[in-house]
Design a protein around this ligand. Structure first.
Ligand code: ADP
Length: 428
């Protein structure tokens, strides 16, 4: 064993500095070769997303540079080290060396000390530390700790059976490459972790949706029975009941009806935006959708003397028709419902905003106090009782859910008493 380097754990995230101006070393590598190697390894760290492919390419580049036959990379796995990549040994050896304990052999010792070990003249030594690599016929061996952002990830080691030692320059190049690899592996692990979390979150979301759907669905049947039975009692025995009992019965019927519409809305919410939004090849004509929504409100519009206008709307919006319909339906119904004592005036407009279509629905209604302008998009969030304004508080939650499925945003601007303008975006 020639030396134990005092290699300190780097605090910075940067790879070790590379001295490109240094003259060729004792092994005869020019600075241009070295620079070329480091450019190639750095490209490889940026290109690859699979650790195995990265380590294999790095090994190929390094062995073309300084002649190597063996590579091992162990990664932290629980409280042990697991072989993540190896080359230059047979399958049986790979299987035998799949796991290492901290402190075991050269790699295990590097893992314990977080310090590089350079072992040379191995075949002439009887050091127990190098017993394992000696048994593989290796003469010179360097093992680096892989450390990124102060975290120990594993080890990366290179060995040769052809010569008893590496030049200082080769060792420092291997160090620089290992530092690059550590950063790349850290990034890959982070991505892998994020992808896993993402998958879990999506699954949890699906489970929750399924639960809400089943719960709402199962509630409908008994609820319908309560409504039917109480309406039957009211019809058959209503005249026989005293006035307080009749009043209770009416409340029972009203509450059953309200609960029924809450459950319907809950079902609509769980289904909102469920269609595949990524393959939304469908291009929807916004003006056409708006006209059909307005037609469904025609009697209310006439009754209230409402004035509804719209400026030119895009004819090819990448959104499913049913979704745009649901959004317009909810926003216009609210604009009509939350009117002031003036006849409603509603204006619908659209314009491009960067990469998005920005739609707006403006009214001259009662408006919304600033402190509630975010909260109203929550499920069942209302600012009024059902006596003041009918509703279940789910319309805006449905709009938000749909818009977000398309990676858009929805928000409101309002001065209380002076109307409200709802904005939403749909990516172009
Ligand atoms: P709902 O109308 O059934 O209560 P929504 O989710 O559509 O449910 O709306 C949530 C709340 O936001 C409403 O109860 C109301 O207080 C407020 N709101 C929605 N639209 C308007 C509007 N155009 N003007 C004033 N308040 C509004």
């Amino acid at each position: 064993l020639r030396r134990f380097d005092d290699f300190l754990i780097p605090e910075s995230q940067d790879a070790a500095p590379v001295e490109v101006t240094q003259e060729g070393s004792e092994a005869g590598h020019g600075s241009a070769d070295r620079l070329q190697l480091l450019i190639c390894t750095s490209n490889a760290t940026l290109l690859h997303t699979e650790p195995e492919k990265l380590l294999s390419e790095i090994f190929a580049l390094l062995s073309a540079y300084c002649g190597l036959e063996v590579c091992f990379s162990y990664w932290v796995n629980g409280n042990r080290l697991k072989l993540a990549y190896s080359t230059g040994v047979d399958r049986e050896t790979m299987r035998r060396l799949e796991w290492l304990d901290y402190g075991q052999a050269v790699c295990g010792t590097v893992a314990l000390r977080h310090q590089r070990i350079v072992a040379e003249n191995i075949q002439d030594s009887s050091d127990s530390l190098t017993e394992l690599v000696r048994s593989l016929g290796i003469q010179a061996y360097v093992c680096h700790p892989l450390i990124a952002r102060g975290r120990f990830l594993g080890t990366l080691s290179y060995g040769t059976r052809q010569r008893p030692m590496f030049s200082d320059e080769e060792v420092s190049v291997m160090q620089a490459v290992s530092d690059q690899v550590a950063l790349a592996i850290d990034r890959m692990l982070m991505i892998r972790d994020l992808e896993r979390q993402n998958r879990e979150l999506r699954q949890a979301n699906r489970d929750l949706e399924q639960f809400a759907y089943s719960a709402a669905h199962d509630l409908k049947e008994p609820l319908r029975n309560i409504a039917i039975c109480s309406e039957l009692i009211a019809r058959k025995s209503g005249p026989l009941l005293d006035s307080p009992s009749r009043e209770y019965l009416m409340q029972l019927i009203q509450n059953a009806r309200r609960m029924d519409s809450l459950v319907d809305d809950l079902l609509a919410f769980t289904q909102a935006g469920n269609a595949d939004t990524r393959s939304s090849l469908e291009k929807t004509d916004a003006a056409e959708v708006l006209k059909s929504v307005l037609a469904s409100f025609s009697s209310t519009i006439t009754e209230l003397g409402a004035q509804i206008t719209f400026s030119s709307l895009p004819s090819e919006v990448p959104i499913h028709r049913i979704h745009l319909e649901q959004i317009f339906q909810n926003l216009i119904s609210n604009a009509l419902k939350y009117r002031s004592n003036q006849p409603p005036r509603i204006h619908i407009a659209a314009q491009t905003l960067g990469e998005d279509w920005l739609f707006s629905v403006a009214d001259n209604g009662i408006g919304i106090p600033p402190e509630y302008q975010e909260r109203i998009f929550g499920i069942f969030k209302r600012l009024h009782t059902a006596d003041q304004y009918p509703g279940t508080g789910i319309g805006l939650a449905i709009c938000k859910r749909i818009v977000e499925r398309y990676h858009g945003r929805i928000w409101v601007e309002s001065t209380p008493g002076n109307g409200a303008t709802f904005h939403f975006t749909v990516p172009i």
